[in-house]
Structures are given as structure tokens and as C-alpha cells.
Write a protein that binds this ligand. Structure first.
Ligand code: CAP
Ligand code: MG
Length: 406
């Protein structure tokens, strides 16, 4: 990020915006900086030069359609837990400004004064690996499918079968919380029994229980889920809010890792010229304490996403910043065994690879589906071509025959 010399990097929040407008870019940048800090749409008698100098957003670079604005640290609430207020400045009204056809927040850099107010992940990528006793290979998981409709007993059976087939992780779908056909208490208890049985058989696995619910209940529901035996909790960061992730991570009574889903992100991330890219979302999830976060399949799966965009998010999860634990990046969405090799070539091994349909859709059932996924990961880890590896591994062979090789 190019920074003007006069701006103190340690005392500002730097934001990079991609701007589409008919205005001269400088005018657009001025309107943007003013709207998001001291100004309004017209000159006002109450805006003294001193206020403008201390609190106004400053344009530090304009390069093509990219505008960098530095917001003084004083603009942000001193109170801990200020992500809603941070977002209302760096990603607020600007999206609606009529003078800008489109605008996308591409990146954000926070100064130490703000970063130190956030604790980051309690477990992170390394903590999850330790719990799962899987130091090097990618973690390998599933999303219980059908997305909704299974009873607690059927869900627990699915989880057991997935673990017996070698998976380290499983999770609720984002569409499931506490429906009548699968109450969260019964589901959590039944899954805990499956996980205990797997543990007795020598296999470590966690399942993320989705506690995405109303604000006043979310922390309580997570505590309840933990008391019913949840080994991980899941929260949808964009529907529940970043503050929900932070509240869960900073709740001293919650002692299990937090899996962060990003349902609804396509509303912000899909248009390459408008919205918010996953990079700032990832950075803020990490600050708030998410232990694992969906980052996409590096362009390989069913969801829109580019290899570069997903890579930025993955790198932001894993960057050693000397402050926070790293976040386990989760590659999910249309994953199947035959696409794992090209995906892992892009992602590296420090990821959680997750398949719902790519496990439940295996012709041999969930256990064999899980085995097929594990074998595909073993093949790439050992540097062996999937088709070659499948010769000695019938479950992988059946998966490749069903879905092909990418
Ligand atoms: C994957 C998934 C996840 C997506 C979301 C689904 O299931 O459970 O929600 O991964 O996308 O319902 O689509 P499948 P992302 O494996 O059956 O596709 O991870 O990109 O946020
Ligand atoms: Mg899902």
C-alpha cells in the first residue's frame, strides 16, 4: 500500500478502495473521505479546520481506480469491541454514495493501537491440529448432508461413519440450528456420543455445532452446546456479526474452538467492483478470535471465487504477524476427491478441506465417501497422482469414477 510521507502509519487505519465513478478520481476520493469521517454533502459552519485536521480521512494514494484513505485512529471508539463502529467508518455509507457507481473495500490495515484491543484466536490452526493430533496433513472434514432434515440420531450416525472413514472434522450446515426435526440439545448429545466412541477407537474428531442465533442468546447457546458435549462451535459471521464471534471468543466459559462460516458473503464479495472483498473480512475475523474460517476453494469448487482472491484470504489466515495465532483456512463448497490435488497445489497443506456432497454422495455411503476424501489427501501429501493412488484404493477409485478428476 503506497502511503503519503506525512501520514503516521502507526496512528491510522489504511483502507484501499476500488472506485468506479464518472467524477475525477480525486473528487470521488474527497467525497469518500469526507462522508466516512468529518464531512457531509455540503460545507458546514461547524466544521473547524482543527476538527478536519484531527479527524478527517486523508487520501494517501490514487493509483488508477484504487484509492487509499487513512482514517486517524482517534476516529475509532476507544471501547473494546468496536467492530460495528469500525465498519460504519471504513465500510458504511460509502456503498450508497450516488456519485460512485461502484466501490469495493479491497484491503484494510489496522494500527497497533487498535489491534491490541483484540485477542485473536484462542486455538487457531495449530490448536486445532493439536486437538486432532494431525500435525502436518490437511485436516479433512464434512458438512452433514442433507443440509437439513436428518434427526439427531441420523446426524450422529453420519458423524460416526465419517470419523470411522478417517475424517477429522465435521460440522452442521449453516441452515441448521435448532429445528424441530433436529433439536440442538439432542443433536449435540448424540454427536458427542459418536465422537466419544471414535475416541475410544483411537480416532480424534471434532464436530462444529451451529449456534448462529439471536444476539442476546448466542453466547448462552454456545455455553449450553458445550455443556451438552460440543467439541467445537460454529457461527455465521456475516449474519450474526463480527461482534458475535468476538463475544464467543472472549467468553472465558467457552473452551472449544470456533468455526466461522461466512454464509451471505457473496452479497459483498461476488461483484469484483463493488462490496467488500474477503481480505478485510478475514482480517477482522482473525482479530475477533475465529479459529477456522471458510476461504473458498481457490477457484476450484462450486462457489464463485478466484484463486487470487481466495489465496489473499488464506494468506491472511496464516500470516505470522507476531500478534495473533493463525486461523485454520477452510476450503469448502463443491469439494470432491478428484479436485483435491489442484486445490492443494494452490492452498498448501495447512488447510481444512471439507466436503458435504463429496462425502455423502459417494456410491458406497458416508464411510467410504470419507475414505475416498482421506485417500485423495494422502495421495497429494505423498506426491502421488490421484488416478495412480486409486489403483490400490477402491474408495478413491469409486469417487473418481463418480465425479471425475479435475
Ligand atoms: C458446502 C457447504 C458450505 C459452502 C459455503 C454448502 O457443501 O456446506 O456452506 O462451503 O461456501 O452447503 O454449500 P458441499 P464457502 O460440500 O456439499 O458443497 O465455503 O465458499 O463459504
Ligand atoms: Mg453449507
Amino acid at each position: 500500500m503506497h502511503v503519503g510521507k506525512e501520514i503516521d502509519r502507526d496512528a491510522h487505519v489504511f483502507c484501499r478502495y476500488r472506485v468506479t465513478t464518472d467524477l475525477p478520481m480525486e473528487k470521488a476520493a474527497e467525497a469518500l473521505a469526507a462522508e466516512q469521517s468529518t464531512g457531509t454533502w455540503t460545507g458546514i459552519s461547524t466544521l473547524e479546520e482543527g476538527i478536519f485536521r484531527s479527524y478527517g480521512g486523508k487520501i494517501t494514494a490514487i493509483e488508477g481506480d484504487m484509492v487509499t484513505i487513512a482514517f486517524p485512529e482517534e476516529d475509532f471508539s476507544i471501547e473494546n469491541g468496536g467492530v460495528p463502529q469500525i465498519l460504519s467508518i471504513i465500510a458504511g455509507n460509502l456503498f450508497g454514495l450516488d456519485a460512485l457507481h461502484k466501490i469495493r473495500l479491497e484491503d484494510v490495515e489496522f494500527p497497533p493501537g487498535i489491534l491490541k484491543k483484540y485477542k485473536g484466536p484462542n486455538f487457531g490452526a495449530d490448536g486445532l491440529r493439536k486437538i486432532l493430533r494431525r500435525p502436518e496433513k490437511p485436516l479433512v472434514g464434512t458438512i452433514v448432508k442433507p443440509k437439513i432434515g436428518l434427526s439427531p440420531k441420523d446426524t450422529a450416525r453420519y458423524v460416526y461413519e465419517a470419523g470411522a472413514g478417517g475424517l477429522t472434522n465435521s460440522k452442521d450446515d449453516e441452515t441448521l440450528v435448532d429445528q424441530r426435526f433436529c433439536p440442538i440439545e439432542d443433536r449435540t448429545k448424540a454427536i458427542a456420543e459418536s465422537l466419544d466412541r471414535l475416541k475410544e477407537e483411537g480416532h480424534s474428531m471434532v464436530h462444529a455445532i451451529n449456534v448462529s442465533t439471536n444476539g442476546e442468546r448466542i453466547s448462552e447457546l454456545a455455553e449450553d452446546a458445550q455443556s451438552w458435549g460440543a467439541s467445537q462451535i460454529m457461527v455465521d459471521v456475516l449474519t450474526c456479526g463480527f461482534a458475535a464471534v468476538q463475544a464467543l471468543a472472549e467468553n472465558p466459559r467457552i473452551k472449544v474452538p470456533i468455526h466461522v462460516h461466512r454464509t451471505m458473503h457473496g452479497a459483498f464479495t461476488k461483484d469484483p467492483l463493488h462490496g467488500i472483498s474477503m481480505l478485510p473480512i478475514t482480517k477482522i475475523v482473525r482479530m475477533c478470535g475465529g479459529d477456522a474460517l471458510h476461504v473458498g476453494t481457490l477457484g476450484a469448487g462450486k462457489m464463485t471465487g478466484t484463486a487470487e482472491g481466495d489465496r489473499d484470504s488464506l494468506d491472511a489466515c496464516l500470516a505470522e504477524d507476531g500478534r495473533y495465532k493463525t486461523v485454520m483456512p477452510v476450503c469448502s463448497g463443491g469439494v470432491y476427491p478428484g479436485m483435491i490435488a489442484p486445490m492443494v497445489k494452490e492452498s498448501g497443506f495447512n488447510v481444512q478441506i471439507q466436503a458435504g456432497g463429496g462425502v455423502a454422495g459417494h456410491p458406497g455411503g458416508v464411510r467410504k465417501g470419507a475414505m475416498g476424501m482421506c485417500q485423495a489427501i494422502d495421495a497429494v501429501f505423498e506426491g502421488i497422482d490421484a488416478a495412480e493412488y486409486a489403483k490400490g484404493h477402491p474408495e478413491l477409485k469409486a469417487a473418481l469414477d463418480t465425479w471425475g478428476i479435475r
